[in-house]
Design a binder for this molecule. Structure first.
Ligand code: PEP
Length: 253
């Protein structure tokens, strides 16, 4: 398998509440990444704070957004195009986050967003994950459907730019039922790779980056990377906290 950089994604969600705070958090993260090797850190702030990348210049810190619309331009009130994001320096876009799925993003909408993002040569961070686990394993076919429908019409060469984020909804946020285990991640990782191998080929499955998200804290970050084999982490709450996010980066390092 290729030796690839680990990817740590900070999903700020609808935080913080002022640009002053956004600049402070971005600056702190930018200090952490200064001497990092083999790790890419991507900060995904709310749209109004995307300007930060231009203000606090740090080539090592990458910018992402939390969503995108699939049309190029036109009468789509409130939407943001991939061209706009690219112009702000975004290199990644989170697509299909469970909080977007809850507000109406279907697999088909997510697929359009992924295709538009890849066309613009930006990397989609394609979120998948079940809301609950059942003893009969129906959640596995749910995940399979998310992958098949989300990646429809994506070509083999384009898959080089796709990152898959496995985020079990039951492990996300302050209402999480419980934390996922490294063992659960290992199983899903193998399962995702099998689906990708069937859809594309074994090389694509070997090379695909699969990261883990959902209640990542300094106490478990290393477990998902070292024991679970995750290619990186998607961090929500702790990415806003200087000390905790710094610890997570250090553990992955
Ligand atoms: C998320 O919502 O993508 C996430 C990972 O959140 P948290 O780390 O807060 O569970």
């Amino acid at each position: 398998m290729k030796d690839i950089n680990k990817l740590i994604v900070a999903n700020w969600k609808m935080n913080p509440q002022s640009k002053k705070d956004a600049e402070i958090i971005f600056k702190n993260i930018s200090l952490f990444v200064k001497n990092l090797k083999k790790i890419d850190v991507v900060v995904c702030p709310p749209f109004p704070y995307l300007y930060i990348k231009d203000k606090i210049k740090n080539k090592k810190l990458k910018l992402g957004s939390q969503d995108v619309f699939y049309e190029k331009e036109g009468s789509y009130t409130s939407e943001v195009s991939i061209g706009m994001l690219k112009d702000f320096g975004a290199e990644y876009v989170i697509i299909g986050h469970s909080e977007r799925r809850m507000t109406g993003d279907t697999n088909s909408i997510i697929n359009k967003k992924i295709l538009a993002t890849l066309k613009a040569k930006i990397n989609p961070i394609f979120c998948i994950g079940e809301s609950k686990r059942d003893a009969n394993g129906f959640y596995l076919s749910f995940i399979k459907q998310q992958i098949i429908e989300g990646l429809a019409l994506v070509t083999k060469p384009q898959m080089k730019n796709v990152v898959i984020a496995y985020e079990p909804v039951w492990a996300i946020g302050s209402n999480a039922v419980r934390e996922a285990t490294a063992g659960e991640f290992i199983e899903i990782r193998i399962y995702i790779k099998k689906i990708i191998a069937d859809l594309f080929d074994i090389k694509t499955a070997n090379d695909i980056k699969i990261i883990y998200g959902g209640s990542v804290h300094p106490t478990n970050a290393n477990i998902f990377i070292k024991d679970g084999g995750a290619d990186g982490l998607l961090v929500g709450r702790d990415s806003l906290n200087k000390k905790l996010f710094g610890q997570i980066i250090n553990l992955v390092k």
